[in-house]
Design a protein around this ligand. Structure first.
Ligand code: MCN
Length: 784
């Protein structure tokens, strides 16, 4: 045999997305496209009140509606549940975890709380019948404000708990208070990060089918098929082996499709009761109350520093809205930022406190960045405030405090494996041309122009790649964080990969194929990546926390190494040489010193399948599985800059430039990385300038549709400039996560830019989102 020509390496190149052909041609399978024989449709009746006693539920009128099949209250379905909807992250020993069942019984605790379900022959008929359900409510006092909810006289979300405080969590290291007392300069700033309402392009949806032996199949627009399967066994008290969860094509989630919402168990329970498959698809208006929200956190952050700018302590107190119930990881979301309040800076004294608070609102949970945008926002805003107080250039202040030696163990106790924060900032400044921006700013100021510009920075680091099971266990997270992958060579040499992660827009089919292609020396087109079906992928922990590449991708790489090891034994046996005498490169094993004696990995795969001539005792087939549990998180970082133009008469604020330089370790696919950064930055910019899930004081949601909840479109945004610096992570591929970097970095850069634009007027703070009204008020306040 002659050696095959090496395929060029594809890792590090922008291979076109394998996912796009089907997406662009409409050949995708969303849950709502699925139809099963005999299928019925579910509609959910939700409380219009933030807090109300449910006095009665009357289905009489609904029963007479066309196509009506059945209707149930929470009490009707009570014996379906072996357990409630669980919270997997009880962050403290004495956390208060109120029971939470799919339908509220007796009391509704937020607008949108499901109180009954109706099933009918079509989606429209189910909706019509649901509108005929008469629920008699007695409205009760309710509360939105996370701080006021802690007042003694505040209405209680769960009266039996006697308080709205869910938990208090603390992390202290060093002597923060002593350092604050001894500091030359101390700044304390308060911030409110409003509610954000995730709006995935595909709304949530489920389709449940129950087989003759009670086996359950649930199609779900979820990020977490494996977690859904795990939780369903607890909710229904049936073994995991009887539950199959399929996440078909899923159109985005951004954290909001991690949770196990009421509708999944409800659809299963109804399918069980009715003997028919039951489908439910969320409407956009339901999404605003029925899907989790993000943020809603009040912070008080203190930095203490010496006159030379050396920061000596950080102290943070945060009051975090849980909403009315604890979803899957609600209490843990703020805690995900808890180790990061020193940012990319070396700060020896550290104190953070989080108070989780129940309010009569849609539960909060993971939304892109989850805890880490919250931390980064207050750090990066306060660094600028400290620079003002020290009369120092904010970039110089950052540089004086950057961690510069790696690995670096932070005061909070975690270790950052690698990074180079100076390099990211240097590159950012090369791209930005700060002198030109400052000259433009000076000219506009001296002309007294109505439109002023400002530039803002955010230098950040991030802890992602949610994994180390030991650490997750130590912080009371209920399950592990490992992941798994199987590589299966098919007899004729194509490769099937089964992964435990569950992409919903992140392009795993492409990037994972790139990893395997280079490692095994096969073509990207010959690698098929399967995911999102627990019957196909038995082992996995799914996709969130920018973990898929750094955990699942490494499992995949390790499975590839096992494949190479087995193939090497087969080749050595067939060529009658020692395994050590074989080189493996670009898919071909060749004998050292005699490259003409060789065998491709595909030939080895066929030999493994034919099993005519395998080493004694070797099992036929070329298939290997690896699970991987990293010892550390993944630590991306970088430097972002925003340039805004503010109309000082109307407050209208436009983002005119955005430059992002990120270190995500070694890149697998630069274009996909850019896509992730673009999407992530947009969500951060949205929080800074546009989006706010606004409630009134009594917890009535005011932003109930896209008409009032402002999601920016391409028209509002400039084309971003992105670049990377690279420091290898401590894993075999050298990779760090990228899925959340943009969201974490962007909001403070934008608000720092708005403040910078108005600093000559004396403005030092503008809240999020910096709407025209808020900006105008900030200007008027200093003017008056
Ligand atoms: N990647 C790469 N090189 C690197 C790092 C990552 O090529 N050095 C690639 C990965 O192989 C993968 C993608 O970038 O294809 C994202 O990888 P990773 O950072 O591991 O993130 P996950 O795949 O685990 O995705 C989760 C992350 C999160 S937490 C949110 S929220 C988010 C995000 O991904 N939600 C998204 N990106 C999203 N993108 C879309 N389209 N839709 C969502 O809902």
């Amino acid at each position: 045999m002659t050696a095959v020509e090496s395929p060029p390496g594809v890792v590090g190149t922008s291979v076109k997305r394998k996912e796009d052909a089907a997406l662009l041609r409409g050949r995708t399978r969303w849950v709502d496209n699925l139809t099963l024989p005999g299928m019925a449709y579910m509609a959910v009746v939700r409380s219009p009140y933030p807090h109300a006693r449910i006095k009665s539920i009357d289905f009489d009128a609904a029963r007479k509606a066309e196509g009506f099949v059945a209707a149930f209250t929470g009490a009707d379905l009570a014996d379906e549940w072996a357990g409630g909807l669980p919270c997997a992250w009880p962050v403290t020993e004495d956390i208060k975890m109120p029971p939470h069942f799919p339908l509220a019984v007796g009391e509704a605790r937020y607008q949108g709380d499901p109180v009954a379900v109706v099933v009918a022959e079509s989606r429209a008929l189910a909706k019509d019948a649901a509108e005929l359900v008469e629920v008699e409510y007695e409205p009760l006092p309710s509360i939105f404000d996370v701080e006021k909810a802690l007042d003694d006289e505040a209405p209680l979300v769960h009266s039996d708990l006697g308080t709205n405080e869910c938990y208090m969590w603390k992390l202290d290291a060093g002597e923060a208070q002593a350092a604050i007392d001894a500091a030359d300069v101390v700044v304390t700033q308060r911030y409110y990060q409003p509610r954000l309402i995730p709006n995935a392009m595909e709304p949530r949806g489920v389709l449940a089918q129950v087989g003759p032996t009670g086996d359950v199949t649930l199609w779900s627009a979820t990020q977490t098929p494996h977690i859904q399967r795990f939780v369903m066994q607890l909710v229904f008290g049936i073994p995991e082996s009887k539950i199959r969860v399929i996440a078909p094509d899923v159109g985005g989630g951004f954290g909001s499709k991690i949770q196990v919402y009421a509708e999944g168990p409800l659809a299963i329970a109804l399918a069980r009761r009715l003997g028919r498959p039951v489908k439910w698809t969320e409407e956009r208006a339901e999404n605003y109350v029925g899907t989790i929200h993000g943020r809603d956190v009040v912070h008080e952050l203190t930095f203490a520093a010496m006159r030379d700018g050396k920061i000596t302590a950080v102290k943070s107190e945060a009051w975090c809205a849980m909403g009315a119930y604890l979803e899957l990881v609600t209490p843990g979301i703020p805690i995900l930022g808890a180790w990061l309040y020193s940012g990319p800076y070396e700060i020896p004294n550290y104190s953070v406190t989080f108070t989780g608070v129940f309010t009569h609102t849609t539960p909060t949970d993971a939304y892109r960045g989850a805890g880490r945008p919250e931390a980064t926002y207050v750090i990066e805003r306060t660094i600028d405030a400290l620079a003002r107080k020290l009369d120092m250039d904010p970039l110089e202040l950052r540089r004086r405090n950057f961690v510069s030696e790696f690995p670096h163990t932070m005061a909070s106790g975690l270790t950052i494996d690698s990074g180079d924060y100076h390099a990211s900032l240097d590159r950012l400044l090369e791209l930005l041309d700060l002198d030109a921006i400052r000259a433009d700013q000076a000219e506009r100021r001296s002309n007294g122009d109505v439109k002023q510009i400002g530039v803002g920075f955010s230098t950040y680091n991030e802890m992602c790649g949610l994994a180390p099971s030991r650490i997750l266990g130590a912080i009371r997270y209920a399950v592990g964080g490992w992941d798994s992958a199987t590589i299966r060579f098919q007899p004729l040499g194509s490769v099937q990969v089964v992964v435990g992660t569950s992409p919903h827009g992140q392009s795993h089919e492409t990037t994972f194929a790139q990893v395997v292609a280079d490692e095994l020396g096969v073509s990207v087109d010959d690698v098929e990546v399967l995911h999102g079906d627990t019957a196909v992928s038995q082992l996995g922990m799914d996709t969130y926390g920018s973990r898929s590449l750094t955990v699942g991708g490494i499992a995949l790489f390790n499975a590839g190494q096992k494949i190479i090891d087995k193939a090497r034994r087969i080749v050595a046996h067939q060529l009658e040489v020692s395994e050590d005498d074989l080189d493996f490169e670009s898919g071909t094993f060749s004998v050292k010193g005699s490259p003409d004696r060789n065998m491709t990995i595909q030939d080895a795969a066929f030999a493994a399948h034919a099993a005519h001539n395998l080493p004694d005792g070797m099992e036929p087939g070329l298939e290997e599985t690896a699970t991987y549990d990293p010892a550390n998180f993944s630590w991306p970082g970088g430097a972002h800059a925003a340039v805004v133009e503010v109309d000082t008469e109307t407050g209208d604020t436009r983002l005119v430039r955005y430059v992002a330089v990120d270190d995500v370790g070694s890149p697998i696919n630069p274009q996909i990385i850019d896509g992730q950064v673009h999407g992530g930055v947009t969500q951060g910019v949205a929080a800074a300038l546009y989006e706010e899930g606004a409630y009134d004081d009594e917890a009535n949601l005011l932003t109930t549709t896209m008409a009032t909840y402002l999601i920016p479109s391409a028209a509002e945004l400039p084309s971003y400039e992105t670049d990377r610096t690279e420091t290898r992570a401590d894993n075999p591929l050298g990779v760090k996560g990228v899925g959340e970097t943009g969201t974490i970095a962007a909001a403070p850069a934008v608000i720092n830019a708005v403040v910078d634009a108005l600093s000559h007027l004396g403005v030092t703070d503008v809240g999020m989102p910096a709407t025209p009204e808020r900006v105008w008020r900030a200007i008027e306040e200093v003017r008056s």
